[in-house]
Design a protein around this ligand. Structure first.
Ligand code: BGC
Length: 478
């Protein structure tokens, strides 16, 4: 079962119209999907909020760089643990209760971080939020891929990705509003409100019909499907497909131990996620105001506004990926993205070397940062998640995706925990030049190892992998 299904294969106006009409035709289905996608919004809010709150926290508690890095990265430690535990949870207690648990942790973590009396409490509260994010980032796309009506499955999972970027933008905006009252406690605590809404939403969600069937609870599964699908023929088709899929034995560690081909796809998923994080995306997400400070924006207010523009570009460019991924293919988009990201980071690094003293240099610095964000949001952001779900064979898909999700958060943590130290050891300019080089290395890795999966069925990719084909050739037909 995929956690991130392929986006719809066709983008013709007729196909789009059918997606929209079938979405509109079942309000219950739309409600269910939107509620589950709210998890993405919370994920984004928690990523986005810390960049605005950190300067105030650092000032109040007089924190050094090291403690600040821990406040940022403790969330990723929790998320890595949460992602790896989520596979077990989502199977044993079910997707719905796993999402419910994530919602409760979101509420507790938000309130606790808002009321934290000292930096240690704040680190612990962000760890709890991380657990919530980790469980949600595995379970929500999985749940969506299982309940969304077949015709809109890809669109729904893209919506989840989009919600992450909307959450980040909303957090950047709320950072501005609350910075006028200079209150980091409100910035962090206010996220409890959408978290409570998410909790209420989850209570109203049905269990995933696929999970119910896998647990032998057929009548309940049927009842849910009847509410989600208007046409009884669709209900029958879904039951047939799921029964066939459930008949395939699922293996994780066992398959990994005996099958070297499966080890290759698991390794590729992990490598892709590491490169996604080494682009430096979250350096910008977490430390944007500070980077704008380096680029010559003197006041905190100016820095926060510039950060909002980053969030906006991130949302808009994600639409670009959704529109082009099935037309241009994965590899051309990734090559273009790596080149754009390397150029953005490289120019910023060079400018910091020369010194950003004029208004013109400041404008170029901002433009290169925005170029970097647009490059990421159009390519590495959504595409790495899509590829990670496509390259795993059916027998080991849950396991393979759990591993790559874990690696995403672990790598995220390493990048967040080392950025400020890199700045002081390598210097500002060299740090950004290093990210530029890593983006070029990402492009080379794409050339060497990434298969073109556009228009290729998941079954063929899995067959080619297990037959021992080279990773970059998995999408080839012969
Ligand atoms: C990445 C996150 C990142 C986000 C930014 C996601 O694809 O996995 O680490 O913060 O994109 O939009």
């Amino acid at each position: 079962m995929t956690t991130i299904a392929k986006p719809p294969a066709t983008k013709s106006p007729a196909a789009r119209a059918s997606v929209i009409s079938s979405l509109g035709s079942n309000p219950y289905g739309v409600f269910v999907c939107l509620m589950a996608a709210l998890a993405g919004l919370l994920f984004g809010l928690d990523i986005g909020v810390i960049s605005g709150a950190l300067p105030f926290i650092a000032k109040q508690f007089m924190l050094n760089d090291h403690v600040q890095e821990w406040i940022v990265s403790s969330m990723m430690v929790g998320a890595a643990i949460g992602a790896i535990g989520a596979g077990w949870l989502a199977w044993h207690i079910g997707r719905r209760y796993a999402l419910g648990l994530a919602a409760v942790l979101f509420v507790i973590g938000s309130l606790w971080s808002g009321f934290a009396g000292n930096p240690d409490h704040l680190i612990a509260a962000r760890l709890v939020l991380g657990l919530a994010v980790g469980v949600a980032s595995f379970t929500a796309p999985l749940y969506l891929s299982e309940v969304a009506p077949r015709q809109v499955r890809g669109a729904m999972i893209s919506t989840y990705q989009l919600m992450i970027t909307v959450g980040i933008l909303a957090a950047f905006l709320s950072n501005i509003g609350l910075s006028y009252v200079a209150d980091w406690r409100w910035m962090l605590g206010v996220i409890a409100i959408p978290a409570v809404l998410f909790l209420l939403g989850v209570i109203a969600l049905p269990d995933s019909p696929r999970w119910l069937m896998a647990r032998g609870r057929m009548p309940e599964a049927q009842a849910v499907l009847q509410r989600l699908y208007d046409d009884p023929a669709d209900v029958e088709a879904e039951i047939r497909e799921v029964t066939e899929q459930n008949a395939q034995p699922k293996q994780g560690w066992g398959l990994l131990r005996v099958n070297s081909n499966f080890r290759r796809s698991v390794a590729l998923g992990a490598v892709l996620q590491i490169f996604q994080q080494l682009t430096g995306i979250n350096v910008v997400m977490y430390y944007a105001p500070r980077i704008f400070g380096l680029a010559g924006f003197a006041t905190h207010e100016q820095q926060l506004w510039a950060t909002v523009v980053v969030g906006l570009v991130n949302v808009i460019a994600t639409f670009g990926a959704i529109a082009f991924v099935d037309r241009w293919g994965r590899k051309p988009i990734l090559y273009a993205g790596c080149a754009v990201m390397a150029a953005g980071m490289g120019v910023l690094g060079l400018l910091l070397h020369i010194g950003i003293t004029s208004t013109a240099a400041q404008a170029v610095a901002v433009a290169s940062l925005l170029l970097f964000i647009a490059g990421f949001a159009m390519s590495a952001g959504p595409l790495v998640w899509i590829l990670c779900s496509e390259i795993q064979p059916q027998q080991g898909r849950d396991f393979g995706i759990a591993v790559s999700t874990f690696v995403n958060w672990a790598a995220n943590m390493v990048v967040a925990a080392t950025f400020l130290s890199l700045l002081s050891s390598l210097g500002e300019s060299n740090t950004f030049l290093l990210y530029a080089i890593l983006n070029i290395a990402f492009g080379v890795a794409v050339f060497l190892y990434v298969p073109e999966t556009r228009g290729v069925s998941l079954e063929r990719l899995g067959r080619n992998l297990l037959a021992g084909k080279r990773l970059r050739d998995l999408g080839k037909i012969d």
